[in-house]
Write a protein that binds this ligand. Structure first.
Ligand code: AKG
Length: 296
């Protein structure tokens, strides 16, 4: 499959409309169904994304899984972390959850039944190694392997880089079409080569969508700086991601402050039906596990 098939340039378009742009959106849907991923160029305002880096560095980078397991987990070899980011200023920008270019695409791909499942940032530390090859969820029905690949999309990851990606920073390698047919995917993690993968050099302002069933992995970060990307997942309303999150252990996928919910345009509130109302991150940060009673 050619890279051009999964790359769509939205520069020069202000918004998409489910009715007026029906033909365009239907073509986008066909491409996503075939490739299991899309690289959308020119969706977000670059300056808006750059302005998030400072808050990310100040409030999240120093968190660790031991002290802040409810908002921080290792997704690599102790060198790549997934932070659940509390939706509050500056992570409350409506473009991040209801972009007039992206939302109609997600509505099309998920048949208009969608909610935000999770919101966070994955950051590859300076010098991080390749991430293990993976999909974002187990088979829905493990006893019927093969059924999963026949189903329409029920869960999509949206990766939104906060910096420009290149060969030095690394990117997310994707095996196009692998949500339906995994023949081109390396059969063991020890033998991963990128021969059959695409390595998109996303710019800040672009995003990449992939189906939860599509094989992918973050590539090494060869620079001296963090490589942060917003990791947003959008799913059918009936789906709950118990694979990556466990609310009974305190790890929720989507944390919002009550102030944030008060400010959301009522027409977008259904997107947050699965959210947990949380304290601001500053309060969470100051409560480490060392405050918990110690076992003798
Ligand atoms: O770091 C990346 O580029 C991708 C991260 C990822 O796929 C994950 O954490 O599931």
């Amino acid at each position: 499959m050619e890279d051009d098939f999964f790359r769509i340039d939205l520069n020069g378009i202000d918004r998409l409309d489910l009715n007026k742009d029906r033909d365009f959106l239907s073509d986008v849907g066909k491409r996503f169904r075939k490739s299991g991923a899309l690289w959308l160029k020119g969706v977000f305002d670059r300056d808006c994304l750059h302005s998030l880096i400072h808050s990310f560095n100040e409030k999240y980078v120093s968190l660790n899984e031991t002290d802040h397991h409810e908002v921080c987990q290792d997704v690599g070899h102790a060198d790549r972390k997934l932070y659940t980011v509390v939706m509050e200023t500056p992570f409350d920008h409506p473009d991040l959850y209801a972009s007039p270019k992206l939302l109609p695409i997600l509505q099309t791909l998920l048949h208009n039944q969608l909610l935000i499942q999770s919101f966070g940032i994955v950051s590859a530390y300076p010098g991080s190694k390749r991430q293990p090859l993976h999909v974002d969820h187990i088979e829905l029905f493990e006893e019927m392997a093969g059924l999963g690949r026949m189903l329409p999309s029920y869960a999509i990851t949206v990766a939104i880089p906060l910096i420009d990606f290149n060969e030095q920073t690394g990117t997310t390698a994707i095996w196009l079409g692998s949500h339906m047919n995994s023949n081109s995917v390396p059969t063991s993690d020890e033998e991963v080569t990128f021969e059959n993968a695409v390595l998109p050099s996303l710019s800040a302002g672009d995003c990449m969508l992939w189906d939860f069933r599509t094989w992918h992995c973050g590539t090494p970060n060869l620079t001296n700086a963090q490589r942060p990307l917003i990791y947003l997942s959008v799913t059918r309303t009936w789906f709950e991601d118990r694979c990556n999150y466990n609310p009974s252990s305190g790890r929720y996928p989507l944390l919002v402050t009550s102030q944030f919910l008060d400010g959301v345009d009522p027409k977008f509130l259904p997107l947050f039906a699965g959210a947990k109302v949380s304290e601001p991150i500053d309060i969470i940060r100051n409560k480490t596990n060392s405050h918990l009673p110690q076992k003798n």
